[in-house]
Design a protein around this ligand. Structure first.
Ligand SMILES: Cc1cc2nc3c(=O)[nH]c(=O)nc-3n(C[C@H](O)[C@H](O)[C@H](O)COP(=O)(O)O)c2cc1C
Length: 226
């Protein structure tokens, strides 16, 4: 199959959030069709609109688009074909040391938007290092949480805008890091791979457990029954 010329569908009415949640499936087979640049940019904007701890935005998102890069990434993921088929795979990495880096653009925007006062900016500047230092080994886990929320934003935004995705945890971290050129960075963890593109298949909903399996009220001994 040959790829078609990318045309944006940004003008089409996006699906509302509940519909996007209900309709989304983990798609294993993609058309080779490219994603129009303005649509890809919109997806990125909606992805990085995700919340994060202390607004650290400590995800590092690598868009793997080049065909030889995609082939190498697919190989790092046990040759799962979604990655070689989809026009782009978002690699969600997490930087456990992001809190040590310059965040001036965030402070400027928060002040300009009157989201934070100058006092709260000073508070964050002093509290974040204390909090993150106390986390110790959990810095990695906390950064991965933020990256996973951003990945969820991507999956729902993509569905809403007519695209499909597949969340993927089946890969070897060292090999993925090799592909994205991060072998030398021990503080960069890989959270999730998400191929994005136009579905070649429609998949039925595999279903969810009844609430009483995994939803509780007040205590884990008290199942929620609806
Ligand atoms: C963290 C995570 C990792 C996953 N890893 C893979 C994967 O490596 N390969 C794959 O084909 N699907 C993967 N899936 C997709 C799940 O199998 C799928 O989400 C689940 O069966 C429910 O189907 P649905 O997403 O269509 O509702 C993963 C899903 C999640 C949330």
């Amino acid at each position: 199959m040959t790829a078609t010329t990318p045309t944006s569908n940004l003008l089409a009415a996006p699906l509302d959030v509940p519909s996007a949640i209900a309709q989304r499936r983990a798609i294993k087979s993609f058309k080779p069709d490219a994603i129009a640049p303005d649509l890809l940019k919109r997806l990125i904007e909606l992805t990085v609109a995700a919340p994060s701890s202390w607004n650290l935005q400590d995800w590092r998102i690598i868009l793997v688009q080049d065909s030889s890069q995609k082939a190498a990434l697919a190989e790092a993921a046990w040759n799962q074909e979604q990655i070689s088929q989809a026009p782009v795979t978002f690699v969600f990495a997490a930087d456990a040391t992001a809190w040590q880096k310059d965040r001036t653009p965030v402070f400027e925007q928060a002040l300009q938007n009157e989201a934070w006062t100058p006092q709260s900016v000073e508070y964050f500047k002093s509290q974040v290092p204390q909090f993150q230092t106390a986390l110790g080994d959990k810095n990695r886990e906390y950064a991965i949480k933020d990256a996973m929320i951003a990945a969820t934003h991507l999956m729902l935004a993509a569905e809403s805008l007519g695209l499909s995705t597949c969340p993927m945890n089946g890969w070897l971290e060292d090999k993925v890091k090799e592909v994205i050129g991060a072998t030398d960075d021990p503080n960069l963890a890989i959270a999730l791979l998400v191929p994005v593109g136009y579905a070649e298949e429609s998949r039925p909903n595999p279903g969810r457990l009844p609430f009483h399996y995994n939803v509780f009220v007040d205590r884990v001994s008290n199942p929620y029954t609806g």
